[in-house]
Design a protein around this ligand. Structure first.
Ligand code: PLP
Length: 400
């Protein structure tokens, strides 16, 4: 009989994927399901990026590349970090991987010993805690509720740090809350880290281009150069350039950390896809003006979704600074009776019920470590969002 390894005993397939599969099954059975689950832009990859991939194939760039990425790609990444973030990284301080997910995996595999602790502000992207566990570490989850803007405070950080703490993981703007950290939010956290030299900082800037209302993205390594020697700054092309399927993420950090991550990569994927690397150069070096249009379009959707959620009895939603997620509180709807006579006691039950009665798929806060909420991904057309929010409102009004 099949016996899985202990290291995966407590892990399952991502709940987001499971809900997606359930939504697809309902669709296949003839229901008109709207899926607001997946974290994926609904735009297409820009044409000049596709063209660069085609040109690379024609030029024979179809072989293994250097382990941490081609020189041309790493140069483009260095230019990006310098131009957009104000950080300068040398070639041996940069690694390109098969998605930002692999960057995180490489970093944790390369640094965690059994029992090492990683502080993760909650709600979090579930990959963070699962990767820490896969690598033998202990996720230390710190609850950051809506009333603190879903942001970690310096006091919370100080209380969570022990001798075993190896990393703090920060994600701004955040999946799933959309909350972003401004310089005055970051500086006190960095001060705490400076007092605790055993703790490194993993920064996930994946959604940096999706920020609204003139909120300016700042990244810790640029804000405070003294934390840079133990900061890994992660980014990728998935969200900004609508390239989730191409699989390319990258990071800048101290050369010894990058070399250790390269060892892990050398025995897993060898290098990111050569064709994708060529496409990513075009994305990073090419025109960036379309990002503003997409941001405007996401902003309109954010306002629609947040306003409609706040008009729905029993729900409340903080207006997020960025990303394309709304994280709505639904505690007032839990424990009440449905028209069918059941009682929805958890956010999971509520999301199931919404899928079954309103044909809208959203993800429970529990999947991100914070029960009593659900996440809507608003990377969908205004018309689709209008319909979905009307259905959610009608359903919620039935809960007495
Ligand atoms: N970081 C965050 C916060 C994300 O939400 C995601 C995707 O959902 C990623 C990273 C993944 O990026 P990639 O597609 O490069 O693996």
């Amino acid at each position: 009989t099949f016996r899985p390894a202990e290291r995966i005993a407590s892990l399952g397939v991502s709940e987001i994927l499971q809900i997606g599969a359930r939504a697809s099954a309902r669709k296949a059975a003839g229901h008109d399901v709207i899926t607001l689950g997946a974290g994926e832009p609904d735009f297409d990859t820009p044409d000049h990026v596709k063209q660069a991939a085609w040109d690379a194939m024609q030029a024979g760039e179809t072989k293994y590349t250097a382990l941490t990425g081609t020189t041309a790609l790493k140069d483009a990444i260095a230019r990006k970090f310098s131009r957009e973030n104000g950080i300068s990284y040398a070639s041996d301080e940069i690694i390109a991987c098969t998605g930002a997910k692999q960057v995180i995996y490489n970093a944790m595999m390369a640094t965690l010993d059994p029992g090492d602790e990683v502080i993760i502000p909650t709600p979090y992207w579930v990959t963070y805690s699962d990767i820490v566990e896969l690598c033998g570490g202990i996720p230390v989850l710190v609850r950051c509720e809506a009333d603190q803007g879903f942001r970690l405070t310096a006091d919370q950080l100080r209380r969570a740090i022990t001798d075993k703490t190896r990393w703090l993981m920060l994600n701004s703007p955040s999946n799933p809350s959309g909350a972003a950290y401004a310089a005055p939010d970051l500086c006190p956290l960095i001060d705490v880290l400076l007092e605790n030299p055993q703790v490194w900082l993993m920064v996930d800037d994946m959604y940096e281009h999706i920020l609204y209302d003139d909120f300016r993205h700042v990244t810790p390594a640029a804000l405070c150069p003294s934390i840079a020697p133990r900061t890994l700054t992660i980014n990728g092309v998935s969200k900004a350039f609508a390239m989730t399927g191409w699989r390319l993420g990258y990071a800048g950090g101290p050369a010894d950390l990058i070399s250790a991550m390269a060892i892990i990569q050398s025995q897993s994927t060898s290098c990111p896809s050569s064709i994708t690397q060529a496409a990513a150069i075009a994305a990073l070096d090419g025109p960036q003006d379309f990002l503003a249009d997409r941001r405007d379009s996401f902003c309109q959707r954010r306002d629609l979704v947040v306003n409609r959620l706040n008009d729905t009895p029993g729900l409340s939603c903080r207006r997020p600074e960025g990303a394309f997620y709304a994280f709505a509180e639904c505690n007032d709807l839990l424990g009440v009776q449905t028209p069918e006579g059941g009682v929805l006691t958890t956010d999971r039950a509520l999301c199931n019920w919404l899928l079954e009665t309103a044909d809208v798929a959203v993800i429970p806060g529990s999947a991100f470590g914070l029960p009593g909420y659900f996440r809507i991904s608003y990377a969908a057309s205004i018309e689709t969002l209008e319909t979905a929010l009307t259905r959610i409102e009608q359903a919620c009004r039935q809960l007495s």
